[in-house]
Write a protein that binds this ligand. Structure first.
Ligand code: SF4
Length: 477
């Protein structure tokens, strides 16, 4: 997937002119958010359920290295092969060599955010291996060449007319229709044929259970189950933070995940698989590879502040309530992750230089933090990024800014210096004032005034007036 996080502001402005997306954003995310509230109410104590999931995620991240070793041991004992990839290139190369060794020319894929992150589809296509996304939304997004609009509904914003044109061109649909059932049927016919022929299936992982070596996948379409049961070889790709300590923990997270994700008590399909097919079993892969892709997570793990980002379970609840996401949708975030989740993860994984506007596009309202079942304090992380950004810019913008802030700091700490400098600056600032406001300044100060203005300093300060009135009172007495 092409990374376009550097053009956030430009892309956000463009998306805000997309009336169809605006209408859609005003309806669906609030609807899912309302369903979430309703179905969370089915817990005897919703707040306690949320608190428990936060505690489980905090523990899982704190113990991640040990849990991963335990998971690996148990997965190998169940017959899986576990591979460790340091970065996207290594992960893609591992999958390519598995495909090459088996002379595979086409693969089917279940939804996998980590493979969006590694750009797996492009890597496969470059080697002449055709990848087919099999989640309906991912399939539409892939065929349109667009990133996911929403983590739960990757193409949920695409009008049915556009889906119809797409399926006529690329999915062998014979007759035009805008009936969603007919469109779904056309996609099913097309993809069933791929499942029938695929010898390699690739899926993501919702949870990896350390104490059993099992992998859990959650879905509503049955396509992941097809991917895990039909092809001879199956590859599960996961990031390390997907590991959870026990089955009991996983089952609680599962209940919280479904409620936060789509407002369902439980999704239509939950697959819990351990190892490849046993001799007595009738379906499942003959061989199972589990690829654990670090891609920057170890670095995050060692940062006490950013480690919290690893708790995310990709439920999407924070997107549905974010006032910024509600205006611009998923595309401007420019990568696999959007909304507050993307504003936390993208800078952490890609670096601040690439994602400078992302973490600034926030009102700091804190709604994401309130709903997050993983206990992530998004606003605190955004403020941390902003502080790092200021330090980085100060280092790279030469000495003048450091000198300016040094003078400012000294003046603010010494009232005599402050008064003296203020007297010098007041006539200079007054030159730029119009109707009591300064709305523009030249040179290095121009950026500041792009989004704010400043009152013109009063001719006589409060101190001056106070002193005068005191001296008058003294004179009168
Ligand atoms: S940050 Fe929290 S609310 Fe947002 S997707 Fe991740 S777990 Fe869900």
């Amino acid at each position: 997937m092409k990374i376009d996080t550097g053009n956030f502001v430009r892309n956000a402005k463009l998306e805000m002119q997309n009336q169809y997306a605006r209408t859609f954003l005003s309806l669906l995310p609030p609807y899912i958010a309302a369903r979430r509230v309703k179905v969370m109410g089915s817990f005897p104590d919703p707040a306690a359920a949320q608190e428990l999931s936060r505690a489980i995620r905090a523990e899982a991240v704190a113990r991640m290295p040990d849990l991963l070793e335990e998971f690996e041991k148990n997965a190998i004992a169940a017959g899986a092969r576990v591979l460790w990839a340091r970065n996207a290139a290594e992960a893609n190369e591992m999958i390519l060599s598995i495909a090459r060794e088996r002379n595979v020319t086409m693969v089917t894929k279940g939804k996998s955010m980590i493979s969006e992150e590694t750009g797996l589809n492009d890597a496969l296509a470059r080697e002449g291996i055709e990848p087919f996304e099999t989640d309906l939304g991912e399939f539409i997004a892939q065929q349109l060449g667009r990133p996911p609009f929403h983590i739960v509904g990757p193409a949920i914003n695409v009008p049915v007319e556009e889906v119809c044109d797409l399926f006529m061109k690329k999915a062998g649909m014979q007759e035009e229709t805008t009936d969603p059932v007919e469109l779904g049927y056309a996609a099913r016919l097309f993809l069933r044929d791929k499942f029938r022929r695929a010898r390699l299936g690739i899926t993501g992982v919702n949870m990896a259970v350390a104490d059993t070596g099992a992998i859990i996948n959650v879905e509503n379409e049955g396509n992941i189950r097809f991917n895990k049961s039909s092809p001879r070889t199956q590859v599960s790709v996961m990031s390390p933070e997907k590991v959870v300590p026990t089955t009991t923990d996983a089952l609680h997270l599962l209940r919280v995940l479904c409620r936060n994700c789509t407002g369902q008590s439980i999704s239509a399909y939950v697959s819990i698989d351990r190892g490849p097919r046993e001799p007595a079993e009738i379906d499942g892969p003959e061989e199972l590879f589990i690829i654990i892709v670090d891609n920057g997570r170890s670095r995050l793990y060692h940062d006490p502040k950013l480690r919290e980002a690893l708790r995310c379970i990709r439920c999407g609840a924070c997107l549905n309530l974010c006032p910024v996401y509600a205006k611009i949708g998923g595309y401007p975030y420019g990568w696999a992750y959007s909304g507050p989740m993307g504003q936390v993860l993208n800078p952490a994984l890609l670096g601040l230089e690439e994602t400078g506007d992302l973490f600034k596009a926030c009102t700091l309202c804190g709604t994401c933090r309130e709903v997050c079942p993983a206990g992530i304090d998004h606003p605190a992380i955004f403020l941390h990024y902003r502080a790092l950004e200021v330090k980085r810019k100060r280092r790279s913008s030469g000495r003048w800014e450091a000198i300016l802030f040094g003078v400012w700091g000294t003046a603010a700490a010494h009232s005599a210096v402050w008064r003296f400098l203020y007297r010098l600056a007041r006539p200079v600032l007054a030159v730029f004032g119009k109707k009591g406001k300064i709305e523009a300044m030249p040179g290095p100060f121009a950026g500041w005034f792009g989004a704010r203005d400043l009152p013109v300093p009063a001719r006589r300060t409060f101190r001056d007036q106070w002193r005068e009135s005191l001296s008058k009172q003294g004179g009168a007495s």
